[in-house]
Design a protein. Structure first.
Length: 214
C-alpha cells in the first residue's frame, strides 16, 4: 500500500487481509471491523502512513508472523481480553521508527533486542485522556482513549532513555492536531496525576498490563 485514502467498515469479517506479506508505506487508512482490522498471514510492515485500526471483537492488528514498524503513525484499538491491539504471538515485534499507541485486553511485547525506539506497556484505563510526561514537563503521549482497556502499549521517539515518566488521566486538550485520539501539539490541561510511574532503563518497559505469550 503506497498511498491514497482508504476507509473501510466491516461488520462480518476482517477489514484488510493479506495471504502473504502486508506492507504499508504511506496513505491515510482507517479500518473499523468486528474481526481483525488488519491481518497478515506471513508478516506485516508499517513503514509510513496514518493508520487507524479498530476491532470490536478481535485484534486490531494481527500478524501470524513478524510485525515491524519503521515509520508512520498507528492507532490500534482491539477488543477486551484475550484480544490484542498488536498480535504477532511470540514472533519478533520490531520498532525502529514511527509512533504506536494501542489499547485492548492484551498486546504482544515489542522485541527489545531488535528495536531502537523505546516502548512501554501499561495497565488498565477508562475512556478518558491518558497523558505521559517526564519530570521536566516534556510530553511523551496525550491520547483520548475511546473505550476502557486492560493493556496499553505505546512506542515513540518521544520516550527517551533513562528517563522517569509520570502518568496523568482526565483533563482536556486545547488546540493541537487530533488523529483518532492521538494528539500532537496543543496544550494539555492537567487532570489527575496517578500513582503510576516508569523509568526507561530498558528498550521495553512493562509497568502493568498483559503481554501475550501465545
Amino acid at each position: 500500500m503506497n498511498g491514497g485514502s482508504i476507509n473501510i467498515t466491516s461488520t462480518g469479517g476482517e477489514g484488510i487481509a493479506s495471504k502473504n506479506i502486508l506492507t504499508i508505506n504511506s496513505g491515510n487508512i482507517k479500518v473499523v471491523s468486528t474481526d481483525d482490522a488488519f491481518n497478515a498471514e506471513v508478516a506485516m510492515y508499517v513503514n509510513g502512513g496514518n493508520i487507524y485500526a479498530q476491532s470490536s471483537a478481535n485484534d486490531a492488528v494481527d500478524s501470524n508472523g513478524t510485525f515491524t514498524i519503521t515509520g508512520g503513525k498507528l492507532v490500534a484499538i482491539g477488543a477486551g481480553t484475550p484480544e490484542s491491539s498488536i498480535d504477532c504471538g511470540t514472533n519478533a515485534f520490531k520498532i525502529t521508527g514511527g509512533q504506536l499507541i494501542g489499547i485492548a485486553g492484551t498486546t504482544s511485547g515489542p522485541t527489545a533486542a531488535s528495536s531502537t525506539v523505546h516502548s512501554v506497556v501499561l495497565g488498565s484505563g477508562t475512556p478518558q485522556i491518558i497523558h505521559i510526561e517526564a519530570a521536566d514537563g516534556t510530553e511523551a503521549l496525550t491520547f483520548q482513549a475511546p473505550f476502557a482497556y486492560s493493556t496499553l502499549v505505546f512506542a515513540s521517539a518521544k520516550l527517551k532513555a533513562n528517563t522517569t515518566y509520570s502518568v496523568w488521566t482526565g483533563g482536556t486538550m486545547t488546540a493541537g492536531v487530533n488523529f483518532n485520539g492521538l494528539f500532537s501539539g496543543g496544550t494539555y490541561n492537567k487532570g489527575t496525576k496517578t500513582a503510576a510511574t516508569f523509568t526507561t532503563t530498558n528498550m521495553v518497559t512493562q509497568a502493568g498490563g498483559t503481554i501475550t505469550t501465545k
